[in-house]
Design a protein around this ligand. Structure first.
Ligand SMILES: Nc1ncnc2c1ncn2[C@@H]1O[C@H](COP(=O)(O)OP(=O)(O)OP(=O)(O)O)[C@@H](O)[C@H]1O
Length: 368
């Protein structure tokens, strides 16, 4: 079995000798992505700063490749570890190419001369992060997102065995966020690079990480695979979410459901109801939905946004009592929507509800 590449053992981290988080025990193998998540201000950056030696450990150790971090010479460590932190660097009159080229510092001689091989690696890194077009631009005069990508190119051409990044996607648009994280995933897989980072985008953390470390109230609360730790209940508790609902299956967030007396019924199913639930929610209209089998793809959204959901077990048909309950709700409602107009054997019960509502002249389109 592959041994751990980076290990923190009983590390205590903090500022001015005051411990912020102790008992930090992390283990990362080559080729793995470990992601720190947790609310603002709990200490994710502090842990990362301690791993990269920017902060001294108050207690415990950090080792890389079975050697304690403190025993590495700077250039030796730079061949092992590259960092992309949130602090701005302000190189005077550096082009983006110059900034990326500083990533080759551990490999150049005393004069810092770049060889052909260095230049090729710089070009390749810029190409991978799609910043070739910025090559001659002043690093001080590019956007925050562009700067983040240039800093990643710099880290990549350093050819590290471990990459440490603090909120590397915070300024990136959705395309660059996904490109960037997917690039990290392929660097981990193809180059067997270990990646340790913090992310605020928990939906992406869930999909990209091998291990997730949950930092809560100044302690490491849970460590495990995303499937082990990122349950709906736990994420809501970790972030003390009050005005939103996290869905672990999709990694999505819904805003609070409207509450109050229900006068609107949605005959749902097949995902067709999702835009309708969201529109009703934006308008502040509480609604009931049904009849939904729990495996229907719109079920989690309906549960998050509807005041009441008439549900049945997966792959079953409703019993007569459930149908009667749905009809009673339709009787009590003023408006019924039926966004799914595809009926078959499996949702014939909803077709029955559709005709029931139609007979009462309650069916409407949202635009009405
Ligand atoms: N230089 C410093 N000296 C003293 N305390 C600091 C220093 N930098 C940060 N802190 C404090 O340490 C705590 C943890 O900060 P840290 O930046 O590690 O949190 P974080 O989890 O990364 O937060 P965020 O998600 O908002 O980036 C905070 O209470 C912060 O105020």
């Amino acid at each position: 079995m592959q041994s751990d590449y980076m290990v923190t053992e009983e590390a205590s981290v903090g500022y001015q000798k005051r411990t912020l988080i102790d008992h930090v025990n992390l283990h990362v193998k080559k080729g793995e992505i470990l992601t720190l998540i947790g609310p603002n201000g709990v200490g994710k950056s502090t842990i990362l700063k301690s791993i990269i030696r920017q902060l001294s450990l108050i207690a415990g150790t950090v080792s890389i490749d079975e050697k304690e971090l403190s025993s590495y010479a700077p250039k030796e460590l730079a061949k092992k570890m590259a960092i992309v932190m949130t602090e701005r660097i302000h190189p005077e009159r550096y082009t983006c190419y110059d900034v990326v080229a500083t990533g080759r510092y551990p490999y150049t001689g005393k004069m810092g001369m770049l060889q052909k091989e260095d230049e090729e690696k710089i070009e390749e890194a810029m190409r991978q992060v799609q910043v070739e077009a910025l090559r001659d631009q002043d690093f001080e005069r590019i956007s925050d997102g562009q700067r983040q990508r240039v800093m990643l190119a710099r880290a990549i051409c350093q050819e590290p065995e471990i990459l440490v990044l603090d909120e590397p996607t915070s300024y990136l648009d959705i395309r660059y966020k996904t490109d960037f994280l997917w690039l990290l995933r392929s660097l981990a897989r193809k180059r067997q690079m270990a990646v340790v980072m913090s992310l605020h985008e928990i939906d992406l953390a869930q999909k990209i990480s091998d291990q997730v470390v949950c930092v809560k109230e100044h302690r490491v609360d849970r460590v495990g695979t995303p499937e082990e730790v990122m349950t709906t209940e736990y994420i809501q508790e970790l972030y003390a979410m009050q005005d939103g609902v996290y869905d672990a299956a999709y990694g999505s967030v819904e805003f609070p459901k409207p509450t109050g007396d229900v006068h609107t019924f949605v005959i749902g199913g097949g995902g067709y109801g999702i835009p309708l639930y969201r529109e009703l929610q934006r308008q502040g209209i509480p609604c009931a939905a049904g009849i939904l089998p729990v495996h229907d793809r719109e079920y989690p959204v309906a549960k998050a946004l509807c005041e009441k959901v008439l549900e049945i077990p997966a792959f079953t048909m409703p019993e007569d009592t459930m149908l009667a309950q749905a009809k009673a709700l339709i009787d009590a409602c003023e408006t019924v929507y039926c966004p799914c107009m595809e009926f078959g054997v499996c949702n014939s019960y909803n077709q029955e509800l559709y005709f029931y509502a139609k007979k009462q002249n309650k069916l409407k389109n949202l635009s009405e």
